[in-house]
Write a protein that binds this ligand. Structure first.
Ligand SMILES: O=C(O)C(=O)C[C@]1(C(=O)O)C=C[C@@H](O)C=C1
Length: 358
């Protein structure tokens, strides 16, 4: 071997030793931070801080080390440091392998402690009673629209929105054998069935279809009944040991769901945030226009607005609004202050790091 390699490799060995030494030191510091946070009753998981770290690391790198790899390496380092602290307890709409579970795993990583519950309201209950630090709930689907239960519950429970994540939704047909001819009945969640209607009519026109509470529940059922096939996620096929009969059977491609991460903590600004609000206006001409003007004048981009029955009085409405920015940004805080003038009520649901649409 070329002698010139020896000193170079010796230097690489030295660098690796330094990296390991520094990683051990980093782990100890994160554990120390974890202990301080625990003693103060503060949640250890801090996505805002994690995003800041990643941003800074990429800036320091100045594109020299391959960026995507650096992101993965650093995310794993932080994940390991976080895992050595108290594990966040995360409630989700179960059973295992629902799209809420997939979203929860993508958001918190596999090191969190996941708590499956039976309904969306149960997720709110778990967080409210502090049996869970966070909950993952669907808020809207790109085809079906808003999830009313979640919108109503966030208002009723007074919890904070601490984050959001978008998940691509793909449906797969699965059973114990992977053979189409073994299927005597199909089970799934009504939304999944509705989204695969054309495919089912074309390929399995005479097979009866039944609705159940979730796609994961359908998969669980198929695992114990060989005549049953489920429409569910790939994760469900893996967890319940099922074979795929047909992949991506949804009629419309590009289906995705936005999930909220709910909790009791306020997230710090990251520079790329969203703010969610509820407000109600007086029943008079131009009232909603006045509120929206507060955003327009400050060039604050709205990402969503939705009205829901107020529930206090028939035929009165409250508005759910999402905009870009954090409540700690001057413009957003001024906007919120000014809109109070035109509103009967303004409730700040939370400011949180913006998720990436899929
Ligand atoms: O800085 C903190 O608050 C930490 O707990 C440390 C740390 C990290 O490893 O950098 C770990 C977990 C948090 O989610 C954020 C950051």
């Amino acid at each position: 071997m070329d002698k010139k390699l020896f000193p170079l490799r010796a230097r690489i060995d030295q660098i690796d030793a330094e990296i390991i030494k520094l990683l051990k030191e980093r782990l100890k510091l994160a554990q120390e931070i974890g202990r301080i946070k625990e003693s103060k009753g503060v949640q250890t998981f801090d996505l805002g801080r994690e995003k800041q770290i990643l941003k800074r690391v990429l800036e320091l790198n100045q594109g020299v080390f391959p960026e995507e790899t650096l992101k993965i390496i650093y995310s794993e380092i932080i994940r390991a440091c976080r895992a050595s602290q108290e594990k966040p307890r995360v409630a989700f709409l179960g059973p295992e392998a629902t799209f809420s579970h997939i979203a929860a795993q993508h958001y918190f990583g596999t090191s969190a402690q996941f708590i499956p519950v039976e309904t969306i309201i149960d997720v709110f209950e778990e967080v409210s009673s502090e049996r869970a630090h966070f909950g993952v709930v669907p808020i809207e689907n790109s085809i079906e629209g808003v999830v009313a239960t979640t919108l109503d519950a966030i208002y009723e429970y007074g919890l904070k929105v601490c984050g959001e994540i978008y998940e691509a939704i793909s449906h797969h047909l699965m059973n114990q054998t992977g053979r189409l001819e073994d299927i005597k009945k199909i089970l799934s969640h009504p939304q999944a069935i509705a989204q695969c209607r054309k495919w089912l009519r074309k390929k399995l026109p005479s097979v009866p279809i039944e609705t159940v509470s979730s796609t994961a529940f359908a998969a669980k059922w198929a695992a114990v009944d060989e005549t049953v096939a489920a429409i569910a996620s790939l994760m469900a096929a893996k967890i319940y040991h099922l074979q795929i009969v047909a992949k991506n059977i949804e009629d419309l491609k590009g289906n995705s769901t936005r999930f909220w991460i709910i909790g009791k903590v306020e997230m710090p600004p990251t520079g790329e945030d969203k703010t969610s609000l509820i407000f109600s206006v007086a029943d008079k001409p131009g009232a909603l226009f006045e509120v929206l003007k507060c955003f327009a004048e400050r060039k604050i981009n709205l990402t969503k607005i939705e009205s829901r029955p107020s529930k206090n009085e028939p035929w009165k409405y409250i508005f759910f609004l999402d905009c870009e920015g954090h409540i700690k940004d001057q413009e957003v805080s001024n906007c919120l202050e000014e809109m109070q003038k035109y509103c009967i009520q303004v409730v700040w649901l939370g400011s949180y790091p913006k998720g990436r649409q899929v």
